[in-house]
Write a protein of this length. Structure first.
Length: 102
């Protein structure tokens, strides 16, 4: 990993950590759609970071992170906000980091 990517990875993991802290107390209500989007974004980021070969770094910084929504919830308003955030988080992470590790 280049020094640039190492710095970017650290910054992305810090962002994910901040988003998880911000969304720790989610409830299933339409009044929290932005928080559901943010949680989806964090989950999408961490999924993509793992898929790029940085699972060890994700585990070290974030511990065990499970995706936050069930199949039944994905068509509800907060599920749609979560899914959109997830997709954007995945896409933007690949745009920033770009290549697989190793």
């Amino acid at each position: 990993m280049t020094l640039k990517n190492e710095d970017l990875l650290g910054r992305l993991l810090q962002l994910a950590q901040d988003l998880y802290a911000e969304t720790a107390e989610l409830s299933e209500t339409e009044s929290e759609l932005q928080l559901w989007y943010n949680r989806g974004y964090a989950d999408g980021m961490t999924r993509q970071i793992r898929d790029l070969g940085y699972a060890g770094q994700v585990a070290e910084v974030l511990g065990s992170v499970a995706e936050s929504i069930s199949e039944e919830q994905q068509f509800l308003p907060w599920g749609k906000a979560y899914r959109h955030g997830f997709e954007v988080g995945e896409r933007e992470t690949i745009e920033v980091l770009g290549e697989k590790n190793g």
